[in-house]
Design a protein around this ligand. Structure first.
Ligand SMILES: Nc1ncnc2c1ncn2[C@@H]1O[C@H](COP(=O)(O)OP(=O)(O)O)[C@@H](O)[C@H]1O
Ligand SMILES: O=P(O)(O)O[C@H]1O[C@H](CO)[C@@H](O[C@H]2O[C@H](CO)[C@@H](O)[C@H](O)[C@H]2O)[C@H](O)[C@H]1O
Length: 464
């Protein structure tokens, strides 16, 4: 009979959050299978090690096991397959294995665990100091293009389960907690987390690793990407009109978002370490960008014609000379990471780039890296409705005008909100924008090949 490992080998690569798309799975091991609730062996938290091209990545799977005939219809879409029963499961010889994130009867235990500070073997459930956590709420999985899996409990909480596991405290929990402690109005309050000790393959040591974060659910939130996309759609529906006259103008929001971003950067610099990069450190930063560019060109050959121009921009950063202030930053900032609530903009997902080890993501960086991320996102919002239609010069000009207007508004808001004026730091800003666009080309090649033209077209336009 099929083993669970075989089922997972077929299932994992098909998941949106699986990072190793495009490469074959050479081996898969279940490194840990924690029964989360004593007496409930049908709910397990798996740490699954996946070997691809000699590299091992670890993923978290909340696994449900039931007798095949007792899987209810509403869980049919979550079934991974039927496999032989684990030795410690006192039940039928064959069980249906399914993604228990979709099973509200199972996920209720996660909330209870957090509320009760449970320790279950090496898995620790914790609530944030002073946070009372309500239990008995039903969860639903948020759908969407995500690197993780987020559950919404009633109207109260979201529980973000980190799918790809990197040893260490997840920056999302770390930075959101730090900002909440200083009373920032621009983040959603964390209520708790789940962690376990996971072995760091590089050091062989086991370190506490964040598995999930429980956070305030922002009920009135509208995704920044959705708002921006609506504005672009309005513009395309008004041929010949400039963005400021087209209705649905986004510039006011972009400006407020810039100010909110500056406030968050200011708070992060106040409560967490800061430093200044001198010329040698800048040269190393530029070298890292070049290394990433080389790897990207090897993976996506369409980048090759632009490599020289991109490299030149990185070298300019390396030779900057003037000191570069660095601090903790968001690290993967874009319109899908911000939501507009009744009270204003709120920043989410301080996790950084999920494909980068947590150790790297905890390093200090220039806040202009986040600014560059958001400017790239304006460019994405302007271009994505043009995929396959770039031969319409009027629409292309409208897209350019929209991105430029919102870019200026965001930078103005950022400077007004107390940040440096991004437009006065062109060399740094450009290098970060190019570096992000290179990252995006690889990201799209792996996850959304039909969108790869978006960053590639921007790189063509940016590098001339
Ligand atoms: N606290 C929250 N309140 C309301 N919606 C949220 C909250 N956290 C996340 N979301 C929604 O879930 C989406 C994905 O969350 P995010 O943290 O960015 O996960 P991922 O790392 O998987 O992209 C966000 O774009 C937002 O729409
Ligand atoms: O939000 P995540 O942490 O999952 O970030 C990853 O996925 C993002 C896409 O969902 C990706 O962002 C890119 O696409 C966005 C539009 O969908 C665009 O606004 C961003 O500018 C662009 O970078 C992000 O890079 C990736 O890490």
């Amino acid at each position: 009979m099929t083993r669970l490992e075989e089922l997972l080998t077929a299932w994992l690569p098909a998941q949106r959050w699986f990072a190793g798309k495009g490469a074959a799975v050479d081996a898969l091991r279940i490194e840990a299978a924690h029964v989360l609730v004593p007496g409930l062996p049908g709910l397990r938290l798996l740490v699954v090690a996946v070997v691809q091209n000699g590299r091992t990545d670890r993923y978290q799977v909340l696994l449900g096991l039931r007798a095949p005939e007792s899987v209810p219809d509403e869980l049919a879409h979550a079934v991974i397959g039927v496999c032989e029963s684990p030795a410690d499961l006192d039940g039928p010889p064959a069980v249906a294995a399914y993604d228990a994130a979709h099973d509200a009867a199972m996920t209720a235990h996660l909330l209870t665990g957090i509320a009760e500070h449970r320790d279950v073997g090496p898995v620790r459930f914790r609530s944030a100091p002073g946070a009372g956590v309500r239990t008995g709420l039903r969860s639903l999985v948020l759908t969407g293009e995500q690197s993780n899996t987020t559950l919404v409990y009633g109207e109260e909480y979201v529980l973000k389960t980190f799918r790809r596991l990197w040893p260490g405290l997840n920056p999302d929990l770390e930075l959101t907690s730090a900002l909440t402690e200083v009373g920032s109005e621009y983040v959603a309050r964390p209520y708790g987390w789940i962690e376990a000790d996971v072995v760091d393959p590089d050091t062989g040591r086991s370190s506490p690793t964040t598995l999930a974060m429980l956070q305030e659910h922002l009920r009135s939130a509208t995704d920044g990407w959705v708002l921006a996309a609506t504005s672009v759609r309005d513009l395309y529906a008004s041929p010949g009109l400039p963005p400021e006259q087209a209705g649905g103008d986004f510039a006011g929001e972009a400006q407020r978002l810039g100010a909110a971003t500056a406030a968050v950067h200011r708070d992060l610099a106040r409560v967490l370490p800061t430093d200044v990069l001198g010329s040698e450190a800048q040269a190393r930063l530029a070298d890292r960008m070049t290394t990433r560019l080389r790897a990207a060109v090897a993976e996506v050959p369409q980048l090759a014609p632009h490599a020289e121009a991109l490299h030149a921009a990185f070298e300019e950063l390396g030779a900057l000379g003037a000191d570069l202030p660095v601090q903790r930053v968001h690290g993967d900032y874009h319109l899908g990471q911000v939501v507009r609530t009744d009270a204003g903009w709120v920043l989410l997902d301080f996790e950084g780039e999920p494909a980068v080890p947590v150790r790297e993501r905890q390093k200090l960086s220039s806040p202009l890296r986040d600014v560059a991320g958001m400017l790239r996102s304006f460019d994405y919002a302007a271009r994505y409705q043009l995929v396959g239609r770039t031969d319409d010069p009027e629409l292309v000009a409208a897209a350019r005008a929209w991105a430029q207007r919102n870019r200026e508004a965001f930078c103005e808001g950022y400077a007004f909100g107390g940040g440096v004026d991004p437009e006065k730091h062109q060399v740094v800003l450009r290098a970060f924008e190019y570096d992000k666009a290179v990252y995006e080309v690889v990201y799209e090649a792996r996850h959304r090949p039909h969108w790869i033209s978006i960053p590639l077209d921007s790189i063509t336009a940016l590098t001339g």
